[in-house]
Structures are given as C-alpha cells and as structure tokens.
Design a protein around this ligand. Structure first.
Ligand code: ZN
Length: 461
C-alpha cells in the first residue's frame, strides 16, 4: 500500500494524490491546475494512470483546484463513486457546471480568434456526468471506499462542507492511518466551525498554501468595513464589493447581517448580484447544522436566515442592469472576485469615475487583474475598451481569508498526538520551506516536500 504524490506537489493548484491498497486505486481529489493560459494547458495532459482503472475518488472540498479535473476523469473512462461531504456535493455541482460553461465559452472565443476549431477542456454534458457519480457522506461517519480503505470526513472549516480526511489503509495485516488536512480554514472564521482536532495519525499530508504567512486580524478588518460604510453614508455613495461566489460572498453578507443595526444598514439597499453566489448562498442556508455557535445563535434570534431584510438577489441580467441606475445608497456584492469579468465590471465602469463611491477589496488580486490595478492605485483603468477614471475610494481590507495561516496550520497539526511526519502538498516551495522551518522550531516536527511522482510506501511508516 502506498501514496503517490501527483498533483499540487510543490505547487498551489491541481490537488491530486493516488492511493493504492490491495490492488485498488483511489484518488484523493482530482483538481484543476489554475494560473496562466500556458499553465492551464496542462489540464488536458494525460493522467499518469488509466482513468478506467481508478476504483473511487475521495473529494476534500468543492473548490475547482480540488475537483475541477473530474469531468476529464469521467470522460476518459472513470465510472466509480466520488465521495464527498453532502454540502460539498451540492457546491461541486454548481462549480463544475460553471467551469464547463466557461470552458465551452473559452473554446468558442479561441475558435473565433484563431480561425481553428478549438475543443473545450470539457463540455456541460461531461460536467453533468460527474454530478451523477457524486455520493454524499456526513461528517464523522466512517465508510468503506474499497476493501482495505476506510475513510472519515472531518470539518476543515475552510468553506461549507470542506473536509480533512482520515484514511485507514490495511493490507496483509498491517494497518496505517493517514490524515489529509485538505484546505484548512482560519480558527474563528464566521459561519463555519473551527477546523476539527484529529487525535492520531502515522503520517499527515498537509496543504500549506499560506504556510509562510500571518493573516491580519479579522476583528480589525470588520471594524474597517464599518468605517467605510459610514463614510459612504456621509458621501451618499454606493459601495461595490467584488467577491468570490463561494465563501467570501457569504461571509460578507453575514458580517453585514451581524452589524446591521450598528452600521445603519437600513439606509442602504443591498444586492447580491451573482447567480452563482446566490445558488451558493442557498446551499449555505440549507445546512444550518454545520454553522458555528455564533451563526446558530444569530439565525435563531432572527427566526432563520437571511439576516438582511433589505437584501435583493439579482439573478437576471435585467436585474443587474437596473442596479447601474442607482446613484446612491447601494451595497453591491458581485463577481468576479478579481474584477476580471462578470457583473462587477459593469458596476465598476459606472461607479469608478465618482469620488462619492467606494470599492472594498476583500480578496486576493492576482497580478494583471483589474482588481490588482485598483489596489495598486491606478488613476485610470481600461474597461470594455474605454478608459475609465478612478476617482472612487478604493479600500483594501485584508483579514477575511478562508485559509489557515502559519499559526493556524501549526495549531491544527499540534492536536495530533506524537507529532507524526508531515508531507507538505499544495503550496509553493518557498512557503513550504518556511512552514517546515517554523514547525521544526515550534514542535520539532519532521517535514518532507515530495516531488510529483514520489511514492510513499506506507509499510515503512
Ligand atoms: Zn479550497
């Protein structure tokens, strides 16, 4: 029995690990490689295994860098079950349908641009085929995946339904327990419970994307948002919040609901202007038993979600266009999170030229994105082939990350008795090295940074 490191070994996206036990093959995640067009071209590469010989997939959570290559796996012959936490199944269905839709649109665009017929990475139909193979499981209820492999999902506190995965492998009388952290959330993240403490393991596979970082204080960030809202009230302007559909949009809504009276939000109209964020929020509202104590209490006090009486969900394009006519008193949450496309771009075009309006940047903005240009203080930006002056107030608030930082990661690891060896996945090499040095100093942990193709023989643990 062994684990072969394949995807996200020494990089941030494309999570995928291959487990072999008693002649069976199981994948732990099957994620999309994300980045530049050139990097993403690798998604179409063949897998280093025959897809039809894979017996099952175990999915840690619904983000595309963990599940986005599943349609390719199915297209190439995989017919087995895909196990995920129940809420994860619903979110994965939303994300995969969206990814397939974007892939089709991208292929059409490239066909027009190059004059050559381009095929999408996968089609809507292929995306939907995956959804039929998803099988929901609850947290803390172990189940058999194949003979010799038992799995249990535990809450990772990263997005709704996100899991750390406990895996028990058994072959020829030898039994080993591996823990895969999945993407861990920050402790005290709103709505979600804290990452669960797992008490033992023979080895730990740890996602270490933010292994070298320290996050800014969340309470400080929330206070800053309150101040921006009061200056928008004074300037009689609008507030635009570009937000990622999964997780970040729900947290922003939650903070607005929690501080509704304190921030005088009855004087605003609040819009969630993103069909995908709306569908995701509905999934969040359907799983109240997964909330932390505070969210449970707020929900009870308010007689159920949503907490915002003046929240309007804009599904249709007409609804979205109508928002553009509002000159004052609107809070607009729309995607995409980095302002590279989607409805937020239209709102930016209408609001950036006036100093009465505000933009709150709550998430990471990659170099080259429109969001990054705003963060970097560009005086004008190009939108839809037009030069748009930036006179609106741009605020960058940094404390709403969905990822555990260095300290959170170490705190989670220290719960596990006896400090078992750590295999770092999902993270750039320098951040992994920084985390490695940090845990060695903090608790004497021994870490390894496996390269793609490295095989860990579990009998040697
Ligand atoms: Zn994630």
């Amino acid at each position: 029995m062994e684990i072969e490191f394949f995807g996200a070994a020494g990089e941030v996206t494309g999570s995928c690990h291959i487990l072999r036990v008693r002649g069976k093959t199981v994948l732990l995640d099957c994620g999309l490689i994300q980045g530049s067009r050139k990097t993403e071209a690798r998604n179409a590469d063949p897998f280093p295994f025959d897809a039809s010989s894979v017996d099952a997939v175990v999915l840690s959570h619904a983000h595309l860098d963990h599940c986005g290559r599943l349609p390719l796996l199915v297209k190439r012959g995989f017919r087995g079950p895909i196990y995920a936490q129940e809420a994860s199944c619903e979110l994965a269905a939303i994300l995969l349908a969206d990814a397939a839709h974007l892939a089709e649109r991208d292929a059409e665009y490239m066909t027009r641009k190059t004059g050559k017929k381009m095929k999408p990475l996968y089609t809507m139909e292929e995306g939907e085929a995956v959804i039929r193979q998803l099988q929901g499981r609850k947290y803390r209820q172990g189940f058999n995946v194949v003979p010799g492999l038992e799995v249990c999902f535990r809450d990772a506190g990263h997005i709704l339904g996100s899991c750390s995965v406990e895996l028990w492998l058994e072959e020829q009388g030898v039994r080993k327990k591996i823990v895969f952290s999945g993407d861990l959330g920050q402790y005290d993240t709103p709505i979600l419970k804290d990452p669960e403490c797992l008490d033992e393991a023979d080895a730990v596979l740890m996602a270490s994307t933010y292994g070298s970082r320290r996050h800014r204080n969340r309470a400080e960030t929330v206070r800053e948002i309150g101040e921006i809202i009061s200056s928008a009230r004074a300037s009689k302007g609008n507030i635009l919040i570009p937000a990622f559909a999964i997780g970040r949009s729900q947290e922003v809504l939650y903070q607005l609901g929690k501080h509704y009276d304190e921030w005088g939000l009855d004087r605003f109209r609040i819009f969630l202007d993103s069909p995908m964020a709306i569908r995701t929020s509905e999934v969040y509202w359907h799983y109240p038993h997964l909330y932390d104590e505070e969210a449970t209490r707020l929900r009870k006090d308010n007689g159920g979600m949503p907490l915002l009486p003046n929240l309007k969900l804009s599904s249709s394009t007409e609804d979205s266009m109508a928002i553009n006519r509002i000159r004052s008193g609107a809070i607009i949450i729309a995607g995409s999170g980095m302002c590279n496309g989607g409805r937020i771009v239209h709102h930016l075009k209408h609001n950036l030229p006036s100093s009465q309006h505000h933009v709150i940047i709550v998430g990471y903005q990659a170099f080259g994105s429109l969001g990054r240009k705003l963060v970097d203080g560009f005086e004008s930006v190009r939108i839809h082939n037009q030069e748009v002056m930036v006179r609106a107030n741009i605020h960058t608030v940094g404390g709403l990350s969905a990822h555990a930082d260095q300290d959170d990661l170490a705190r989670w690891y220290e719960c596990i008795k006896g400090h078992p060896p750590i295999y770092l996945v999902h993270g750039e090499r320098d951040s992994q090295q920084a985390f490695s040095a940090y845990v060695a100093r903090r608790c004497g942990a021994v870490t390894q940074l496996p390269d793609p193709g490295y095989r860990l023989d579990l009998n040697t643990l």
